[in-house]
Each structure stands twice: as C-alpha cells, then as structure tokens.
Ligand binder design. Sequence first.
Ligand code: FAD
Ligand code: NAI
Length: 475
Amino acid sequence: MSKQFDVVVIGGGPGGYIAAIRAAQLGFNVACIDEWKNAAGGPAPGGTCTNVGCIPSKALLQSSEHFEHATHHFADHGISTGKVEMDVAKMIARKDGVVKQNNDGILYLFKKNKVSFFHGRGSFVAAKDGAYEIKVAGAAEEVIVGMQVIVATGSNARALPGAEFDEVNVLSNDGALRVGAVPKKLGVIGSGVIGLEMGSVWRRLGAEVTILEALPTFLGAADEGVAKEALKAFTKQGLKIELGVKISEVKNGKKGVTVSYANAKGEAQELAVDKLIVSIGRVPNTTGLNTEAVGLQLDERGAIVVDDECRTNLPGVWAVGDVVRGPMLAHKAEEEGVAVAERIAGQHGHVNFATVPWVIYTSPEIAWVGRTEQQLKAEGVAYKAGQFPFLANGRARALGDTTGFVKIIADAATDEILGVHIIGPMASELIAEAVMAMEFKASSEDIARICHAHPSLSESTKEAALAVDKRTLNF
Ligand code: FAD
Ligand code: NAI
C-alpha cells in the first residue's frame, strides 16, 4: 500500500521546502521530495539557492570583499598587514561549510515540522481517484500518493549553443562557485546578475575579468541612473564590460577557452581566457518529472503554465518558483510557496509582484523595488523623483564607502511611492524599508516624516524622500 499524503511537494529549494513547512504548520500531512546530493551522495535540500546559488555566492562575495579590504582599504584606517595572501581552497571549503549548515538546517526544520523527506527524483505516475501517484527514485524506488501536489523543481543554467558546460573551463554557476585557483584571465558571457556577482568575486581575487554582453544597454532592468553609476563603478574597479557583442564561436581547448565575437561596431574580435563563465539566464527544470503521464501543461520555454495563484491546468496540482513565470528569485519562490499552502488550506494566500525587491550583491550593492524612471516615462505616468548621494551621509563617510545614492520616485499627483532605487553600501538591507513603505502604500512624505537613527545609512532614504519635495537637509 503506497504512503498517502495530503500534500506532496516535488523539489526542496526555497519554493518547495518553505511550501512544505507552511503546509505542515497548517495541519497537513506533508511529503517533500528532493534529489540534490552532497559530495558524499547524501541529501542536500535547499535547491539551487542553497547549493549553487544565493548562499554560496554570498559566501564567496564576503570572502573576496574581505580580501579586497585587506589589500586596498585597511591602510586607510592605519592598519598595515604585510603581504596578504589568498588561500582559495580554504575559501571554497568555508563556502561548502556554509552550504552544509543550510542543508542541515532544512533537514532539522523538516523534522521539527514533521515533514516526511524523500531523497530522490520525483515523477508523476498517474492521476487516480482525485489524487496523484508520484514515483520517488532514490536509493530505493517507491510510489507515494498526494491529494495535492506542489511542483517546485526550479531551474538550470542556460547553455550557449556550441559551448556546453564542462565545469572545468566552461562554467555554469555551479563550476563558477568552485574554481580551485584564481584564473589569470576570466571571461564571462552575460552581464546579468550572476555575471556581475561572480565576475566581482574573481576580479577581487586578482583575475583579469572581461564580460561580454549581447545587449547594447547595461543592466536594462535597473533604473537608468543606477545602471550608469554601476557601470562607472565596476569599470573603475577593473571589470572590463563590452556591450552589444555577438558571440560567433567558443573553442574549449586544453589551454583554455577562446571566444570569437563581433563587437558593437561589428569588428571581429577574439578573447582568450583560462576559464569562461556562461551566465545568460536560466531555464525552467521539468526534466524527469514525466509531466506527460498526467498532461501537465508547459509553455514554449518549458515552464509550467500557472495562473496568478500558481494553479496549473490540473486540479490539485500547483507550481511555484523558478519553474513558473516571473522573476527567478528565491524570495519570490518562497512567497509563492507560502501562498499556495495557504490556498490549499482555504485561506487567501497572496503575493504582491509589484513589491518584489531585486538585489545585486556587488560592491556597490544595487537594490530596487517598484518601477524605474524609464518604465514610468514609457507608461506616461507623471512622477517626481528625489535623490540623495551617500557622499553626503555621515555614516557612509565613516565607513569609507560613499559611492552611490538613494532615489525615490513618487506619483506627481498623490505622492505615493512608485519605485525606490539604491546603489551603495548595504543597499540589500536598506531596500527593506522601501518595500515596507510600498506595501503600505506610503507617500514620500511618510518616509520624510519618520525619525531615522543617526548616523545611519538609512538617513539617506529619508533625505531622498525629502529630496522629492526639494527640501533635503544635508545636501
Ligand atoms: P531551486 O532552488 O532550483 O530548487 C529546485 C529543487 O528541486 C532542487 O533541489 C532540484 O534538485 C530539485 N528537483 C528538480 N527536479 C526534481 C525532481 N523531479 N524530483 C526531485 N527533486 C527535483 N535569488 C535571490 O533571490 N537572491 C540571490 O542572491 C540569488 N543568487 C543566486 C546566485 C546564483 C549563482 C544563482 C544560480 C541563482 C541565484 N538566485 C538568487 C536565484 C535563486 O537561486 C532561485 O530563484 C531559487 O533557488 C528558486 O527556487 P526554487 O525553489 O524555485 O528552485
Ligand atoms: P540574467 O538574466 O540576469 O542575465 C543574463 C544576461 O546575459 C543578460 O544581460 C542577457 O542580455 C545576456 N545574454 C543573453 N544571451 C547572451 C549571449 N548569447 N551573449 C551575450 N550575452 C547574452 O541571467 P543570469 O545572470 O544567468 O542569472 C540568472 C538568474 O538568476 C537571474 O535572472 C536572477 O533571477 C537569478 N539570480 C539572482 C541573483 C540575486 O538576486 N542577487 C544573483 C544571481 C542570479
């Protein structure tokens, strides 16, 4: 007799494991199936985010930033260090340790919430009597039954045609996070989030980094002012970013990788590098799910088709996170997972896509929520914008990190905040206040009237709000 569950979650990334925990909190008997293996072949729940995404990339960004501070900035504080050396193997081992803490934490949370964890690949077998039979192929094989199924199988790196990932020379995010020694020359294809974060890590550690981007504009999704400031800062740091290129060929040889491409002027160019990171977006992962067995509908990109509330075309089957439409972000996946569990319980789970924040963990950090100036112009919305530079913020001066600014955009008539765009120190943390303000439909005046601690970076947010009304106090 197969084990029966109220809810079966396929995939244990941030979408899946959070959905499983929330469903268990709501009183359901829940199973979560995840196939990710650690180096020893054991379970490693947490998905892309924990194993080869958010968490390990931030660990390496932290290590490499310490190195950069020690080599370039400690002296400003009167600290002399002698020669600073980088032990890449130790940095990678530390990162692996951080990942393991998170894997173990999720296994503990499953136990605490009485979620039954299955280590293996889950696939649909059949729909039967209003429920779904799911095969789990792990060390052993078994079939379990779920009255409701949440698919949260995530995404994989998109390969460039003709440049398959070997994870030795041509690297996806996976290989990029475990390079054994600093490459002398590193090429990156795609100046998106991964390209900038991973390019920064290896540049800080001494690699000569060239990023090749197909689009003529840099960071097109960000506010134009922020993108301009970011390009200036990254170029000054030594990242070489070429826009408007067209890659024609990638040759992966014994000595490294050669990329042939046309530059923005159409001139033929060659880039020879030791390692090449290809970060040109990600594709939804439905491989091995056997969607055909139950007729689960996919779109032309292979993403599972869902409505605004994550319902698929099948009754009782839901899908969340990177495997469906929308931004591929861990917190978006988590919010959808919670909302689906609550909907299954008859509650009114809700995700506000208009207030999903974006963060790029480079230095300076970049973070935004809501609409950009260029979007508002295109939509014909009348707005007013206020900006405050970190250069005029006392805390930023004390930190020695004064690049960037906070920009607040508000509706010209109602003063409701429509977007907040930050480039500078701790933008990833500062953006939370803006998200909260937008959730509460705050006006720029609301932020301007709130008492912010002094000296703090967050005073720049208050000053940007004052700037909307042209009355900054410190600039
Ligand atoms: P995933 O995390 O991909 O998890 C899916 C899980 O399902 C995996 O464990 C997979 O093995 C498993 N699975 C797949 N198929 C099956 C099957 N048939 N049976 C059993 N298990 C299966 N986002 C942020 O918000 N902030 C960041 O800082 C950030 N940094 C990133 C850095 C990098 C380098 C990368 C690559 C991504 C980053 N992201 C970040 C994006 C983030 O990782 C994803 O948006 C997030 O992981 C999506 O969660 P998910 O649960 O939908 O899928
Ligand atoms: P991306 O979508 O951020 O950027 C891909 C870039 O590659 C784009 O600028 C695109 O124009 C370019 N590109 C596409 N095809 C190309 C080609 N043939 N030649 C040259 N350039 C080409 O994708 P990326 O960086 O792979 O990251 C995937 C996703 O992972 C992100 O969109 C994001 O959702 C998530 N992520 C989030 C992070 C965060 O929140 N801090 C960090 C890293 C990843």
